[in-house]
Design a binder for this molecule. Structure first.
Ligand code: NAD
Length: 499
C-alpha cells in the first residue's frame, strides 16, 4: 500500500509511530494510500529541524525570501494539472474546482511577493531632542498551521506562505483525509529554493495537534476546521501562551429581496449551495426569500435546476456540478441531517438521499437535496451540514431576514441579492458577519484583503490572510535612539553593498 510520508528537513520521511489512517478515493470508495499519524517524538524531530533552520532563513533579506515565493508561483503553474488530479482523487471535487482551490492559494503566494514592502517598519525623526524612534517587524520563530480537508491546497498556502516569507519556519499539520497535495506543495517550495527544514509537513491526528499546542517552541498557531476543534485549539493554545487564530464552521445565508434578479439569484444558489458538494466554509446553505411571492417565484425556478444537477466522478470530464462527499462518515452524517429535517417537519422538495452513481456504487455520492419551509428551531437550520443540502427559510420582510442571519451563531459569510442600493447599504452596515456579498453569493476576499468569520466562525484577532497575516506572523520591536550631537568633519564612511 502506498504511504504518503511526512516531509521533514527537506526530505520525505516514513512514519515510525506504528499508527496510520486510510486515505480514500471518494469516487470509488477504495483505500488508495495510508498516511502515518505522527507520534510526539516525530513531531519533536520536525520542530527541532525547523528551529535549527529558522535563524539563517530569517537572516536572508526579504527580497531573497520573496524570490522563493516568485519561483513557487511559477512551479504551481507548471504543475497545475498534476496537483489538481491529486487533489480531486483524494477530495472528490471536480477538476475545475480543484484548480480553483490551487489558484486561490497561488494568489496568496503572489501577494507574499510584496513582503519587502509589507514588512517595512515605521520611523519618527526627532521624537525628542536628538532622539529618533523606529519600529521593526521580526519573525516569531517556529509557527504551525493545522488545516481541514476541504481546501487541501488553498488553506495550507494561506498559512505557510505569509509565515515563511516573514522569516518564520513552519510546521504544517494538514488534514489526514487528503494529505498528498500539502506534501507536493512542500516539495515545490524546496524546489523553489526554500532551505531544508523551513517548511515541514507532519501528518497526524489529535496527538500531533496536542503536541503542537503544548510545545514551548511553537510560537503561533493558525487553525482552520470545525468549530468545536477550533475552540479547543484556541483555548489550549492561548492557555499555553501562544498566539492563536482559528477559523471554524459556518451557516451562510443568502437573502433574496423581492426586487432581486431571480435568474441571477438562482444561478448563484446552484453554484454556492451545491458546488464542491456543499463542502465549502463559504457555501450558501440557507436561502432566505423575503415575502411569500418572492419565495414562490424562487422555488419555481430553483427546484428544476436542483433536480437536474449533474453529479459525477472527477474523471468523467469537466462539466459536472459536483462529485462525491469526502468519506463514508460524511455521507452518513449528511444523510442523517436530511432524515432529521424530514422528521422535524421541513418540506423535502428534492430528495437526493438514494442517489447512486452508476459504475461507482461504492463511492460516497449523494444527490442534491432542497428543503422548503425550514424554521429556526430545526437542526438542519441550526447546525452546519457540510453537504449538498440547501434550506429555504421564508422571511416575512427585510427586518425578519436580517434578524435571522444576525441571530445565527455562525458568522462566516452572508449575501444579499437586490437591486435596491439602500437595502444593500443598510444590510452591509448592520450585519454582524465577517464577509458580505451584494449580489455575490460567495464573497471570499481576494488575497490582499482580510478573510475572516465572526461569532463562532472565528476565534482570535489578526486573521492569517492578507495584510493582517504579516502582523500575525511577526512581532514589533520599537527602538528609541539618542544621537550624540555634532558632526565630526573628516570621519570616514563606507557604503555597504546590497545583495
Ligand atoms: P476538522 O475540525 O475535523 O479538522 C480540522 C483539523 O483538525 C484537521 O487537521 C484534523 O486532523 C484536526 N483535528 C480533527 N479532530 C481533532 C481533535 N479532536 N483534536 C485536535 N485536532 C483535530 O474539520 P474538517 O472536517 O477537516 O473541515 C471541515 C470544517 O472546516 C467545516 O466545519 C468547515 O466549515 C470548516 N472550514 C472553515 C473555514 C473557514 O475559513 N472558516 C474554511 C474551511 C473549512
Amino acid at each position: 500500500m502506498n504511504e504518503i510520508p511526512h516531509y521533514i528537513g527537506g526530505k520525505r520521511v516514513s512514519g515510525t509511530s506504528g499508527r496510520s489512517s486510510d486515505v480514500y478515493n471518494p469516487a470509488t470508495g477504495e483505500v488508495e494510500a495510508q498516511v502515518p499519524l505522527a507520534s510526539g517524538d516525530e513531531l519533536n524531530a520536525a520542530i527541532e529541524n525547523a528551529k535549527a533552520a529558522q535563524p539563517s532563513w530569517a537572516a536572508q533579506n526579504p527580497q531573497k525570501r520573496a524570490r522563493v515565493m516568485m519561483k513557487f508561483v511559477d512551479l504551481l503553474h507548471r504543475d497545475m494539472d498534476k496537483l489538481a488530479e491529486a487533489l480531486s482523487r483524494e477530495h472528490g471535487k471536480t477538476i475545475p474546482d480543484a484548480k480553483g482551490d490551487i489558484i486561490r492559494g497561488l494568489e496568496v503566494a503572489e501577494f507574499c511577493i510584496g513582503a519587502p514592502h509589507l514588512l517595512k517598519g515605521e520611523f519618527s525623526e526627532g521624537a525628542g531632542p536628538g532622539i529618533d524612534m523606529h519600529s521593526v517587524r521580526q519573525p516569531l520563530g517556529v509557527v504551525a498551521g493545522i488545516t481541514p480537508f476541504n481546501f487541501p491546497a488553498m488553506i495550507p498556502m494561506w498559512k505557510f506562505c505569509p509565515a515563511i516569507v516573514c522569516g518564520n519556519a513552519f510546521i504544517l499539520k494538514p488534514s489526514e483525509r487528503d494529505p498528498s497535495v500539502p506534501l507536493m506543495l512542500a516539495e515545490l517550495m524546496s524546489e523553489a529554493g526554500l532551505p531544508d527544514g523551513v517548511l515541514n509537513v507532519v501528518h497526524g491526528d489529535k496527538e500531533a495537534v496536542d503536541g503542537l499546542l503544548d510545545h514551548e517552541d511553537i510560537m503561533a498557531i493558525g487553525f482552520v476546521g470545525s468549530t468545536p476543534i477550533a475552540e479547543y485549539v484556541y483555548t489550549r493554545g492561548c492557555a499555553n501562551g501562544k498566539r492563536v487564530q482559528c477559523f471554524g464552521g459556518a451557516k451562510n445565508h443568502m437573502i433574496i429581496m423581492p426586487d432581486a434578479d431571480m435568474d441571477q439569484a438562482v444561478d448563484a444558489l446552484i453554484g454556492a449551495g451545491y458546488g464542491a458538494a456543499g463542502e465549502r466554509c463559504m457555501a450558501v446553505s440557507v436561502a432566505v426569500p423575503v415575502g411569500e411571492d418572492t419565495a414562490d417565484r424562487l422555488m419555481a425556478k430553483l427546484t428544476p435546476r436542483v433536480e437536474n444537477l449533474k453529479i459525477a466522478p472527477y474523471t468523467a470530464g469537466d462539466d459536472a456540478d459536483f462529485g462525491p462527499l469526502v468519506t463514508k462518515e460524511a455521507h452518513t452524517r449528511v444523510k442523517g441531517y436530511v432524515d432529521a429535517g424530514v422528521s422535524e417537519g421541513a418540506k423535502l422538495v428534492v430528495d437526493g438521499r438514494d442517489f447512486s452513481m452508476q459504475g461507482y456504487e461504492d463511492g460516497f455520492f449523494m444527490g442534491a437535496c432542497l428543503f422548503d419551509n425550514v424554521t429556526r428551531d430545526m437542526s438542519i437550520y441550526k447546525e452546519e451540514i457540510f453537504g449538498p443540502v440547501l434550506s429555504v427559510v421564508r422571511a416575512k420582510d427585510y427586518e425578519d431576514g436580517l434578524d435571522l442571519a444576525m441571530s445565527h451563531e455562525y458568522g462566516n459569510g452572508v449575501a444579499i441579492f437586490t437591486r435596491d442600493g439602500d437595502a444593500a447599504r443598510d444590510f452591509s452596515s448592520r450585519i454582524n458577519i465577517g464577509m458580505v456579498g451584494v449580489n455575490v453569493p460567495i464573497p471570499v476576499p481576494l488575497a490582499y484583503y482580510t478573510f475572516g468569520g465572526w461569532k463562532r466562525s472565528g476565534f482570535g484577532d489578526l486573521n492569517q490572510h492578507g495584510p493582517d497575516a504579516f502582523r500575525f506572523y511577526t512581532r514589533t520591536k520599537t527602538i528609541t535612539s539618542r544621537w550624540p550631537s555634532g558632526i565630526k568633519d573628516g570621519a570616514e564612511f563606507s557604503i555597504p553593498t546590497m545583495g
